[in-house]
Design a protein around this ligand. Structure first.
Ligand code: FE2
Length: 289
């Protein structure tokens, strides 16, 4: 058994995207700040509608998946295929852009704050041009597991492997085999679980800081920072004295070349140029129907 340690910290930086949505970007803030197969992680959190109400009007994607997890507030989404939905607090939208989607993502003003995450997960070369698809997962479909030492885990994707029990989430069968957990711990409690040895793992605390690794050599990871971990088959993450809430993201690395231009993520520059031409000509939309 080897317990993963904190290898690299990817601090989030303030960023603005869409029509002026203020957010914090950790993964993806530079082309070097990726963690295969994860391309980008944005956190948005604000009580001021001016920070988010302009939203993400109509825009394209090709070659990867976007996963939107709403903690507070809600968001309307529409696409060129005619899909329309209202993503509610505690819910997840798993969108596989594949060969092409054009959609809008518009946060809705509610009392209190709008808060959530968008994660971009790469697709293997052989799946980049598959048809676009969606899954909207309501809060009730996301299992919640109580932890023996206090706290709880929401299993958004993949299967949580605790000592003595496993808890499958609603998203399974994705080729990068992503594990997506939302863990909440009381002060000083430890989250311990098995994890696949060679998968890349990111810890992202968004409330409170955590200590990552075995107790003798645990390193502190502050809130709003992504922590990339060493290889290993076990996770141990301990909350600080105020308690903590954090994401655990794990996935099978693709180890393929990445060519990115904004919302298009392919393997070669030629494929990016094709994506731009397809978007300009309308082929991106036609080919996705
Ligand atoms: Fe989008």
């Amino acid at each position: 058994m080897s317990i993963r340690t904190l290898l690299q910290v990817i601090e989030s930086i303030p960023a603005s995207d869409g029509a002026g949505v203020r957010l914090r970007r950790s993964l993806g803030r530079t082309p070097h700040a990726r963690l295969d197969p994860f391309l980008m992680l944005d956190e948005f959190s604000s009580e001021n509608p001016d920070d988010y109400i302009a939203g993400f009007p109509s825009h394209p994607h090709r070659g990867f998946e976007t996963v939107t997890y709403i903690l507070d507030g809600h968001m309307l989404h529409e696409d060129h295929l005619g899909n329309r939905g209202d993503l509610k607090a505690g819910g997840v939208q798993w969108m596989t852009a594949g060969r092409g989607i054009i959609h809008s993502e518009m946060p809705q003003q509610t009392h209190g704050r709008m808060r959530g995450f968008q994660l971009w997960i790469n697709l293997p070369a052989k799946e980049k041009m598959k048809p676009a698809s969606y899954r909207d997962i309501g809060p009730a479909e996301i299992p919640v597991a109580a932890l023996p030492g206090g706290g709880r885990v929401k299993v958004v994707a993949g299967t949580l492997m605790l000592d003595g029990k496993s808890v499958p989430g609603p998203i399974q069968g994705v080729s990068t085999d992503p594990l997506y957990l939302d863990v909440e711990l009381p002060a000083g409690a430890t989250f311990a679980s098995a994890v696949k040895q060679d998968y890349n793992v990111l810890i992202y605390p968004f409330e409170g800081s955590v200590a990552v690794g075995p107790q003798t050599e645990a390193r502190v990871l502050k809130a709003q920072s992504g922590g990339a971990l060493s290889p290993g088959d076990r996770l141990e993450v301990t909350a600080d004295a105020a308690g903590a809430r954090f994401l655990v993201l794990a996935g099978r690395p693709l180890r393929e070349p990445i060519a990115q231009y904004g919302p298009f993520v392919m393997n070669t520059r030629e494929e990016i140029e094709q994506a731009i031409r397809d978007y300009q000509s309308g082929e991106l939309v036609r080919s996705a129907v």
